[in-house]
Design a protein around this ligand. Structure first.
Ligand SMILES: Cc1cc2nc3c(=O)[nH]c(=O)nc-3n(C[C@H](O)[C@H](O)[C@H](O)COP(=O)(O)OP(=O)(O)OC[C@H]3O[C@@H](n4cnc5c(N)ncnc54)[C@H](O)[C@@H]3O)c2cc1C
Length: 480
């Protein structure tokens, strides 16, 4: 068996592993080895559907050391006036450039794609090439960095949880654009199955491609709160929105008696959106969307509310809460994969193993980058864990107070540490650093509001603790 030596073995060359390594490379002299099952760096973006885009602006995604995108503003379509959204292929190409122009040329990084990591019972690390079947043993001098935690479930790879009867045409978003290449007929009707961001992307895509809204049905078991893209834009032009979001959510968090109140207040101030204004949403997974996209999606009037789908028959859908007829020759599109499930969390530093977690929700790249910096800059696990407390992702609105609290507490820890403050001061991935950088170009009112965020956050902590405890008592804390 071949053998290699490395300081850090990183399992998973997705956004998490690459951002962690980026900071480690800059702030230590360590040798790093990546092992990943995909053919290219970038994790789940390898198998994304062709019309996928980042939800968030490119400005705060990817590696801290390398700009993503060219800050172009969309001049048409439902996102007109907002910073471009990187497409899946752009994200993948960005991570490929990072690997081949930054990591490999450093002389301190090795990369093994198409390889599956395994740990023997006696604790030895190795990986097996999916193509050659050859196994390589890895002598890890310092630590294993396990970046499999958030391994995203995407439509191409997830296991369907409902049955389909003979004669039902079902596809995934990834296969949708190629469904007709073999000469198949244009479907008489489309049925989107799923309530998350993927389903929304499919709806927007079909409508933008000219499909009549009347020819689309949408099985939407739950309604979701959506972040207004206008409130997440970098730069001075949108500073009133971004500052307003941060300030308003802390103001209401200080007094709200439940999470719904927080969302309704943010909706009133234009920071949260929902597709159906008559229904109170029961999910929140941090999807970001524009008002233009919401307006488009509202054109789909046949919204089917039968709970989670259990069986699809030609012309009939069965769900947890009833059945619904649909046109017999419909094409069903499975959008039911949950990209980021709510998993229980453990401390990041655990002896020989590091498990990077979410430190600022929903900013995966920033979180991993800070963890990489902390690993390189501090000595003991105790001091590292004391600076970075990971949080669970949200599933329902009731989980949001916990996330606001964790975001605030990590910020507080970082603000009290000179080294971390120094790292964040100019961090490309940090929206707060970006905000500070444009303060000279914003109005006095925005500057005044920005100066109130810190005090408003401190004032909200006590109530956020109460709301988090209430949510935990009602819904439990652990894994879904
Ligand atoms: C469509 C979509 C859009 C999104 N948009 C955004 C966004 O705009 N902003 C944002 O912050 N987040 C977004 N996310 C969330 C996304 O999950 C994270 O941004 C991030 O890409 C997750 O990175 P990751 O490295 O944790 O996971 P992944 O990208 O899933 O990478 C994990 C890697 O681990 C590898 N792996 C797992 N097990 C093994 C093994 N045994 N051996 C070897 N390799 C292994 C896998 O091959 C995979 O490459 C989006 C998610 C989806 C699905």
């Amino acid at each position: 068996m071949a053998q290699i030596d490395t300081d850090y073995l990183i399992v998973g060359a997705g956004a998490l592993g690459l951002s962690f390594a980026d900071a480690l490379l800059d702030h230590s002299d360590a040798h790093i080895t990546f092992v990943d099952q995909h053919p290219k760096p970038g994790g789940h973006w390898n198998v994304a559907y062709p019309f996928v885009t980042l939800h968030q602006p490119s400005a705060t995604y990817g590696l801290n050391s390398m700009d993503m995108g060219d800050d172009r503003i969309d001049s048409a379509g439902p996102n007109e006036g907002f910073y471009e959204l990187a497409t899946g292929t752009q994200v993948l190409s960005y991570f490929e450039r990072a690997m081949h122009e930054r990591f490999i040329p450093s002389g301190r990084v090795s990369y093994y794609p198409m390889s599956k990591y395994q740990l023997s019972e006696s604790g030895e690390h190795s990986f097996v090439s999916s193509l050659s079947g050859k196994e390589t043993q890895v002598n890890v001098r310092r630590k294993l960095v396990d970046c499999r935690t958030f391994t995203a479930s995407v439509p191409a790879t997830h296991k369907r949880k409902f049955d389909i009867a003979d004669g039902v045409q079902l596809t995934t978003p990834g296969k949708l654009p190629e469904a007709w290449l073999g000469g198949a007929k244009t479907p008489e009707h489309y049925v989107i199955v799923g309530a998350g961001k993927t389903a929304m992307d499919v709806g927007v895509w079909l409508l933008n491609m000219g499909v009549d809204a009347a020819k689309i049905s949408w099985v939407r078991p739950r309604e979701a709160w959506l972040i207004n893209r206008a409130s997440t834009q970098p730069g001075a032009k949108y500073a009133a929105n971004t500052t307003g979001w941060q300030l308003e959510q802390m103001r209401i968090a200080a007094t709200a008696s439940n999470a719904d109140e927080i969302f309704l207040h943010l909706e009133k101030h234009g920071h949260m959106l929902r597709i159906d204004p008559s229904s109170l949403p029961s999910t929140f997974h941090f999807p970001t969307i524009s008002q233009g996209e919401v307006d488009l999606l509202r054109q789909i009037e046949d919204v089917i509310k039968i709970g989670r789908v259990s069986l699809i028959e030609p012309g009939l859908l069965h769900g947890a809460a009833g059945t619904a007829p649909v046109p017999v020759n419909s094409l069903f599109i499975d959008c039911t994969a949950v990209a980021a499930p709510r998993l229980s969390v453990t401390p990041i530093w655990q002896g020989d193993v590091i498990i990077p977690g979410l430190l600022q929700a929903p900013l995966v790249s920033l979180s991993a980058s800070v963890a990489g910096f902390i690993e390189a800059s501090f000595t003991t696990d105790d001091e590292k864990n004391a600076l970075a407390v990971p949080m669970q992702f949200t599933d329902t609105p009731a989980h949001y107070p916990q996330v606001l609290l964790s975001n605030a507490l990590n910020r507080l820890l970082w603000s009290q540490n000179e080294k971390v403050t120094g790292f964040l001061k100019t961090a490309r991935l940090d929206p707060a650093a970006r905000m500070r950088a444009v303060m000279a170009d914003v109005s006095d009112q925005v500057r005044e509001e920005a100066s109130q965020i810190r005090d408003a956050t401190i004032a909200a902590v006590e109530n956020l603790q109460k709301l988090s405890a209430d949510s935990e008592a009602e819904h439990g804390a652990g894994e879904r």
